[in-house]
Ligand binder design. Structure first.
Ligand code: SF4
Length: 77
């Protein structure tokens, strides 16, 4: 059993999360599901380590993940 089996989004439409939410409302809905997810840290770590460019992972969109990575590495924008 992998962390994906415990994902809060496992029964949701994948297009809500990937590649890009259709609207701000869709993104907010996807992120609200991520907030209830017991494996959000696993999801976020996978996105950060694999360089997933698009979609909502671990409750963050691609721009938010890039910002997080910059803060972690201390690199300039
Ligand atoms: S954090 Fe969000 S996108 Fe990642 S597995 Fe959980 S519900 Fe799915």
């Amino acid at each position: 059993m992998t962390w994906r089996n415990q994902a809060a989004c496992r029964n949701e439409d994948p297009e809500l999360f990937y590649p890009l939410p259709a609207s701000d409302a869709s993104e907010s809905h996807a992120k609200s599901i991520c907030q209830t997810c017991p494996v959000s840290n696993n999801c976020l770590i996978e996105a950060l380590t694999s360089g997933a460019p698009d979609g909502i992972w671990g409750g963050l969109n691609d721009a938010e993940r890039r910002n997080l990575k910059r803060r972690q590495t201390g690199t300039a924008a």
